[in-house]
Design a protein around this ligand. Structure first.
Ligand code: SF4
Length: 344
């Protein structure tokens, strides 16, 4: 899907040797910090130089695509408004995307999940092998996400296998805790499994506008059901502005939800989202993420080529090593830039 931008620069056949640089500077002057600028070119060969220019100028490259036979790069003017950087070792967290299909089709879903999205299942056998190898690699936490993981008949086995390896959090919209699924949930060890349930606003209006009519009430029921079953519940809100974040914080305070049981994050401009924070690889500290398609840099772009690290999942140690090598390369770029711009 074509990424919406604030400024478009049709570079024709220009290269850095024939006048592209002044055009880029002019495009920056026409935009504000945080805006997205697209460069469209007949010449795909300018890609590596454009990427280097983005690094040097700290305007992160956030998308690359071919469109009607022409190349289109999108970079963000300036550094991210907000990064998702966390201070934890690469490989301490492991993310598993179990299926990709979902009972909802939220308008900002970062991996385009929906009832129509084809199931791309990791499968219980692969999950068992991942869990076994994760123990040897010292993974401290496993995060299981879907689409909606509770769409899977095998989710009970998947979560049990993960929980046996490390404390496990399952991300869910909380709407499917009934019947067999509730029985599966009841069989899980409370001390090893946390439910992270999405709730975007204190009242239904905004949550339902992104996720569908009636979803806030059903999510709230799911939260109460999970708590009644004795699970630790973490509430996760996806918001557009600081004001929305603050409003949700007050709501959580009023409901005595502790800091460790809350996550408030901004919409990322990935997947189905048409607005949000444009995040490049260099904005994200890697958290190894495994899907049926391979190993990715971070869960926020688990189907995006710019964040794909390897198509091979096993051995897991090699996947982890590939992510660390990619991180080292990224770090080395930053270090070189720091040296080049070290003026005194
Ligand atoms: S954001 Fe979550 S609940 Fe919404 S479509 Fe995506 S996976 Fe489903």
């Amino acid at each position: 899907m074509k990424m919406n931008v604030n400024v478009e620069l049709d570079a024709g056949a220009k290269t850095f040797a024939s006048g592209l640089l002044p055009d880029l500077i002019a495009a920056l002057r026409r935009s504000r910090k945080g805006d997205l600028v697209a460069v469209i070119s007949d010449d795909p060969a300018i890609g590596p130089e454009l990427e280097a220019w983005c690094r040097f100028t700290r305007n992160s490259l956030v998308d690359t695509a071919i469109e009607e036979g022409r190349s289109r790069w999108v970079f963000r003017h300036g550094e991210a408004h907000e990064t998702i950087a966390e201070d934890r070792p690469v490989g301490s967290r492991l993310w598993l995307y179990t299926n990709f299909d979902c009972n909802l089709s939220c308008d900002y879903c970062c991996v385009r999940s929906s009832p129509k999205a084809p199931r791309r299942a990791l499968g219980i056998e692969r999950v068992r092998r991942i869990a076994t190898e994760a123990v040897e690699l010292g993974v401290a936490e496993i995060f299981v996400t879907g689409g909606e993981p509770f769409m899977l008949p095998s989710i009970g086995e998947i979560l049990a296998a993960c929980a046996a390896a490390a404390p496990t959090t399952v991300l869910t919209n909380g709407m499917l805790f009934a019947g067999n699924r509730l029985r599966m949930l009841r069989a899980l060890p409370r001390e090893r499994v946390t439910l992270q349930i999405s709730l975007d606003s204190p009242t239904p209006k905004r949550h339902d506008s992104h996720r569908g009519k009636g979803t806030w009430a059903r999510a709230w029921n799911g939260i109460e059901r999970a708590r009644a079953e004795g699970f630790r519940v973490r509430l996760a809100a996806t918001v557009s502005t600081d004001a929305e974040a603050e409003e949700f914080r007050s709501f959580l305070d009023a409901h005595h939800v502790s800091e460790e049981n809350r996550v408030i994050r901004r919409i990322a401009l990935r997947g189905s989202a048409t607005q949000g924070i444009a995040l490049a690889k260099s904005d994200l500290v890697p958290e190894v993420t495994i899907t049926a398609e391979g190993v990715f840099w971070h869960p926020v772009g688990a189907e995006d080529n710019d964040l794909l690290v390897s198509r091979e999942i096993f051995p897991l140690a090699e996947s982890f090593a590939a992510v660390r090598r990619a991180f080292d390369r990224e770090f080395e770029h930053q270090r070189r830039l720091a040296m080049i711009f070290n003026c005194a």
